[in-house]
Design a binder for this molecule. Structure first.
Ligand code: FAD
Length: 289
């Protein structure tokens, strides 16, 4: 795979998608079909999340291979510190590298289901910047993305402290930042300004999630701490009687967000599509010149 940093260097907006690994073989088949349907659009890369534990971790590797080797996508697997010793992380880094992958989304990770707090694994890592250092030391040509939080990471004491943490990740060698989802572009624009003022100069890719259902958006907004703008909330309230209409509202809102982001120089957009093809295709079609 080409490093994503080489794609950014072409100075055009990159569009990318995020998949999550399904739990069972039927899910893998469904994902194969979704990804095949999405192949009609020349996405610049796709990413595959890394679960908090259990079997879906093996699936991240399986799905990453499927997307790269079978379907021809440039693939960025995610990797987290959760539950892994340094030695395991080094072994995983080698496995990813030997599989031909050159990009990794490098994260601390969320606590496993049931746990409320992140705990460091025996001989493990505490913060994502440490994983950036480990990966870059092991394979200097890895191109690493890291997470950024325009509305502050929920555990951070302040946005300033969180920006310090982000700067540490970039200083350790991260090539770009992908943001947590947000629904209000003003928040992203302010975040980018603050990053630049703090000396963070790498591309900051907006992460967006087209709303699929009212319940889902409420749950995700609570988890991520993202503000749901009053106008979007009102539209969803009116649309709620019909799930198809909710999806249309979600696509329309995301389309408006992306147009504004690209018009203001965002380096692309990354879509949290929850393994669904429809809204991603609708957005790509809506943006076609
Ligand atoms: P870090 O950057 O390590 O930050 C974690 C917290 O510690 C922050 O509050 C930060 O301010 C603070 N901090 C960092 N360094 C220091 C320091 N030196 N001293 C004091 N405080 C510090 N989760 C998954 O489990 N799997 C995934 O695949 C996944 N994909 C994601 C993709 C994106 C684009 C994003 C934005 C998030 C993703 N997440 C994923 C969620 C992520 O794992 C959580 O948000 C997690 O709680 C923090 O991860 P991080 O890498 O941002 O951590």
């Amino acid at each position: 795979d080409r490093p994503i940093s080489a794609l950014f260097a072409e100075n055009r907006p990159l569009r990318s998608l995020e998949f999550f690994p399904p739990k069972d073989d039927a899910g893998v088949e469904a994902l194969r079909q979704t990804a095949t349907a999405l192949k009609t659009i020349p996405w610049d890369f796709v990413s595959v999340t890394y679960g908090a534990g259990g079997t879906t971790r093996e699936r991240t590797a399986q799905i990453s291979r499927l997307l790269k080797d079978e379907l021809g996508f440039t693939v960025m697997p995610h990797l987290t510190c959760v539950g892994h010793s340094r030695a395991e992380l080094v072994a995983l880094a080698d496995q990813i590298y030997d599989g031909g992958f050159r990009n990794i989304m490098t994260l601390r990770g969320d606590p496993p289901k049931g746990a409320t707090e992140f705990t460091v694994a025996p001989d493990g890592l505490r913060y994502a910047n440490e994983l950036v250092t480990l990966l870059k030391t092991r394979h200097p040509d890895f191109c690493l993305g890291v997470g950024g939080y325009p509305e502050k990471h929920p555990e951070a004491v302040s946005l300033e402290a969180d920006l310090d943490a982000l700067k540490r990740k970039v200083d350790a060698g991260a090539a770009f930042i992908t943001t947590q989802l947000f629904f209000d572009n003003a928040i992203y624009h302010r975040f980018v300004d603050k990053c630049r003022a703090a000396g963070i100069i790498v591309p900051i890719v907006p992460g967006l999630m087209p709303v699929l259902s009212v319940k889902q958006v409420q749950r995700i907004a609570t988890l991520s701490g993202s503000v749901l703008p009053a106008q979007l909330a009102r539209r969803l309230e009116v649309a709620e009687v019909n799930p198809d209409v909710v999806e249309i509202i979600g696509i329309d809102w995301a389309l408006t967000q992306i147009r504004d982001l690209l018009a203001h120089g965002a380096p692309g957009y990354h879509l949290y599509i929850l393994n669904r093809a429809k809204s991603a295709l609708a957005l790509a079609a809506g943006l076609a010149a």
